[in-house]
Design a binder for this molecule. Structure first.
Ligand SMILES: [Zn+2]
Length: 275
């Protein structure tokens, strides 16, 4: 095994563990092109290393790998600025139907975020009659979505997949406020350093306690906010934020000072709310 192959394989593994991009990656989901690069280390470039810094940051993602081209050419990218003046009340939109339970989880610092992988398939949301099962959730600092031009301190993304492979992400903005004890166990086990090792938490997490009480939301069609920026993602951003204390936010910010993608053009997309 030479160093190029090692780098390629490691990068492929990291990509699979990335932020919004993946729902509980399994070896079988390795993209064909990544497998091809790993097998042919003499001619293929190493799999792209993307980040949030200048050189490999959001403005350059599309240049890093051909598979990332949607990050530049996509017409329905995320995140976006949610302008209230643009919201379209729709009779077919209802408050999001969330079915979360108490679930064992593992935690990993994948170099892009802290990701929490749920260990059963008991948690799901219903959107327009389609069932999406929760695979993982993770955090961004500062927030990725803006509300009327302003970022929040942080954002929680809960990533779901339907049986036919469609993605739906539930986004929840995080504001500074009271200590949020629902996050205590997780926050006391935030891994400071990137690792391929998932760490199981001792106690299951009551997922519903992570959410705000109000389920009114803005719905739009967007993308993964991390490479490869794949589109056709159903986005639901809850109107009501949750709170973490300034100390809790600082704890995450120490590990990830900035892991957000800037807002993308809304274009001709409609942002729907309930009537
Ligand atoms: Zn995300």
């Amino acid at each position: 095994m030479n160093r190029t192959w090692q780098f390629t394989a490691l990068s492929a593994a990291l990509l699979l563990l990335a932020g919004c991009g993946q729902a509980n990656p399994a070896p079988a989901s390795v993209p064909a092109e990544s497998a091809g690069q790993a097998a042919d280390s003499t001619t293929a470039a190493p799999a792209a290393h993307w980040s949030y810094d200048q050189e490999h940051g959001p403005a350059h993602w599309a240049e890093l790998e051909t598979g990332f081209s949607a990050c530049r050419t996509g017409q329905e990218q995320s995140p976006i600025d949610i302008e209230h003046a643009r919201l379209v009340p729709s009779p077919t939109v209802h408050p999001v139907d969330i079915h979360y339970s108490t679930t064992p989880v593992t935690v990993i610092n994948n170099g892009h975020t802290i990701q929490v992988n749920v260990q059963n398939k008991d948690n799901y949301i219903m959107i327009e009659g389609r069932k999406y099962t929760l695979a993982q959730f993770h955090f961004h600092h500062p927030s990725e979505h803006q509300i009327d031009g302003k970022n929040a301190e942080m954002e929680l993304h809960l990533v779901h997949k339907s049986a036919d492979g469609q993605s739906a992400v539930l986004g929840i903005l995080i504001h500074p406020g009271s200590d949020n004890h629902a996050f205590d166990q997780l926050w006391s086990h935030l891994p400071d350093h990137e690792s391929e090792q998932e760490v199981p938490l001792a106690d299951p997490i009551q997922l519903s306690k992570l959410l705000p009480a109000d389920r009114h939301a803005v719905h739009y069609t967007g993308s993964l906010t991390t490479p490869p920026c794949t589109e056709h993602v159903s986005w639901t951003v809850l109107e009501q934020p949750i709170e973490l204390s300034a100390e809790q936010i600082q704890r995450f910010a120490t590990i990830f000072p900035d892991n957000h993608r800037p807002v993308q053009s809304v274009g001709s997309r409609e942002l729907y709310t309930e009537q």
